[in-house]
Design a protein around this ligand. Structure first.
Ligand SMILES: O=P(O)(O)OC[C@H]1O[C@H](O)[C@H](O)[C@@H](O)[C@@H]1O
Length: 640
């Protein structure tokens, strides 16, 4: 068993910020009929932010009147259209990273020189903040945490030698373990295959999206281990994944990933069904997979791997039950920036992806994006474009369109990275700002046949990021499907055509170009966007590294399940009577002492009825007032 617990760091206690009491004011004229208390302006007490936020405010106020584009620094009559002027702008602003073969074209974002001059000093502040973060400042103040994902690809940067050792030894352990699995040195105990052939990755959010993106982008056609994911608590989805494995379950390595842990232990499951703060979807995925192992007569522990923080319940369970291996998640790496930790590197290495190349690509990009020269820093240029295009308040969405099938999941990956980082209610000074930057997209040219019609002609509420890959196919495989034109030329033409057509209608875009989709370029792309998010967050004065809003949904889900237990107890009692006493919804709600929850009780019963766990005696679910409900069986034990 590969035991890595000595590498793990323990998490400091969280320090929640006291809730700020805030005045609510209204910036824009309210929409007729909409309650004004739902609208909040950008407010900042930082003198530094006043200028730019006043620009943002004017933009927002002006946009509401005129459809935008009549604000200081923004051109009043649409974007520059003169071809020669545009070519000059293209050449003047083109960023190139020679070693990485990566280009960034911001020429089709219409920011003005005046805007650039105004923002430049603000970026210097963001660079200061980023330098502090890389040196180990508590850059996530609400959680009292350092933010160290940049150290993962350059361990020299760590603030202490201990962290450096942790990073390096973990990387060595990942490589060794992956080699031993791939070579068959570590074998599945009961498989005729004689080696592991499949990975079932169980995790959600940052514990799934990075590995999914990397697998889709980089896994070879015939990887040593094929990967599939359980990233939800949808039972049918889980069944589908398990069914697809079939008899290969015996040669499946199950990687369970959760930073906070799943709060589940076979030993403690009766008393602690779900640890507070655990990730329920991941716990459920694990329980379902373990059931499949039991039913197939397989020993889960011999095929299980945990990636989690030291001493989480998942870590302790894996240790006590003797799982095949455990790898650490570090306290100072957030889920959405964890793809270059064991979370992303272990599955990647098992699929035969060169993880050291990924790290090199990221390290090279990190170096480039440390530049304090705004024009020469691609992450800063991106952040500048986001600020310009979305008025620094998220007024426009970012549509991400990679023209390469293997990069399909980049937009989904960026959705979490950007939206969970930027989408915040309060800024760092406690002002209510309701910040955000919406990200969506799939891939080109496919999306041209879906929603680009609206982008070209419909509501103007977005800007585009094109991701272009110059190499169409590996050398030696290309052919001309009509004289002088290859299949890849069409893809190229579609991208350039869409970019031009959108721009002609004043739709702005950024283009990022890489030579090929390789571990190095994927590492660089990830690092580019991680830094852009960090710089942008600093510009708008928010904490990019926490996610307080996510807890509300989890807590509410827990309350629904607690109510369901009470409903079940009430129905069971009535169903154990002789004769059985079917109950109306009002009666159930009264007996649960929860008349105010009658709608939720109705939904709970409708869901149970749809799954044959409650029976409708009278009426039907489409007419809630009519129904009377009971349980098919009386559970006598549950009565006492
Ligand atoms: O890895 P875990 O601790 O299970 O967390 C998985 C996910 O949970 C939450 O939804 C957080 O908002 C995400 O940032 C995180 O990636």
């Amino acid at each position: 068993m590969a035991s890595l617990s000595s590498l793990c760091s323990s998490s400091p206690s969280l320090k929640p910020k006291p809730a700020a009491s805030l005045p609510k004011t209204v910036l824009n004229p309210p929409f007729p009929g909409k309650p004004t208390s739902l609208s909040f302006p950008i407010r900042s007490s930082k003198p530094l932010d006043v200028a730019a936020h006043s620009v943002a405010r004017e933009i927002a106020a002006d946009s509401s009147k005129s459809g935008g584009n009549s604000v200081p620094g923004k051109p009043k009559k649409g974007l520059e259209k003169d071809p020669q002027a545009l070519w000059r702008r293209y050449v003047d602003w083109l960023y190139q990273h020679k070693d990485l073969g990566l280009y960034l074209d911001v020429s089709r974002i219409g920011f003005t020189d005046e805007f650039f001059r105004e923002m430049e000093p603000r970026f210097q502040q963001s660079f200061d903040a980023m330098e502090g973060l890389e040196k180990g400042a508590i850059a996530n103040p609400d959680e009292g945490r350092m933010v160290g994902h940049y150290w993962l690809r350059n361990s020299e940067l760590t603030p202490t030698p201990f962290l450096k050792t942790q990073i390096e030894s973990t990387l060595d352990c990942i490589c060794t373990f992956a080699d031993e699995i791939v070579s068959g040195k570590i074998k599945p105990p009961a498989s005729e295959a004689g080696r592991f052939t499949q990975i079932m990755a169980v995790g959600i959010g940052g514990s799934a999206l990075g590995p999914q993106f990397v697998a889709e982008a980089l896994a070879p056609d015939n990887p040593p281990l094929k990967i599939r994911f359980i990233d939800n608590t949808d039972p049918a989805g889980i069944d589908h994944q398990v069914a697809q494995l079939g008899s290969e379950l015996a040669s499946t390595l199950v990687i369970v990933t959760s930073k906070v842990g799943i709060g589940y232990s076979q030993i403690l499951s009766q008393s602690f069904p779900l640890q507070s703060g655990g990730t329920p979807e991941t716990r459920n995925g694990l329980l379902e997979v373990q059931k499949a192992f039991r039913e197939a007569g397989l020993d889960f522990a011999k095929q299980g791997v945990a990636i989690t923080q030291e001493n989480s319940l998942l870590d302790n369970t894996a240790r006590i039950e003797g799982w095949l291996a455990r790898f650490p998640m570090f306290d100072w790496v957030g889920g959405r920036t964890s793809v270059m930790s064991a979370v992303g590197l272990l599955p990647a290495a098992l699929q035969g992806i060169d993880i050291r190349e990924m790290l090199t690509g990221a390290a090279l990009m990190d170096e480039a994006t440390r530049s304090r020269d705004l024009r020469n820093n691609p992450a800063a240029l991106l952040a500048l474009c986001w600020y310009w295009a979305s008025d620094g308040v998220g007024s426009k969405d970012m549509v991400v369109l990679p023209y390469k099938d293997s990069l399909l999941l980049f937009s989904r990956y960026l959705q979490q990275l950007v939206m969970e980082s930027i989408g915040k209610e309060f800024d760092l000074d406690g002002n209510r700002v309701n910040q955000g930057l919406t990200v969506y997209g799939n891939k080109g040219s496919t999306d041209q046949h879906a929603y680009i019609q609206q982008l070209r002609e419909g509501v103007h509420n977005f800007f585009v990021t094109f991701i272009e890959v110059l190499r169409d196919r590996p050398p030696g495989h290309d052919w001309e499907l009509e004289p002088g034109v290859t299949c890849g030329d069409y893809l190229f033409g579609m991208l350039q055509g869409t970019r031009s057509a959108l721009y002609a209608n004043d739709r702005e875009s950024v283009s990022v170009t890489v030579q090929e989709v390789t571990p190095r370029s994927v590492g660089a792309l990830i690092a580019l966007y991680e830094r852009a998010v960090g710089l942008y967050a600093s510009l708008v004065n928010i904490n990019a590294y926490h996610q307080p809003g996510v807890e509300a949904g989890k807590k509410a889900a827990g309350e629904v399940l607690a109510l369901q237990k009470r409903v079940l107890a009430v129905l069971n009692e009535a169903s154990c009577k002789d004769p059985v006493e079917p109950l109306t919804l009002e009666e159930v709600a009264d007996r649960c002492h929860a008349p105010e929850d009658i709608e939720m009780i109705y939904k709970i019963i409708a869901h149970m009825a749809a799954n044959d766990r409650a029976l409708i005696a009278d009426g039907h679910c489409g007419s809630p007032r009519s129904i009377k409900v009971y349980l098919g069986e009386c559970n006598v034990d549950a009565l006492y």
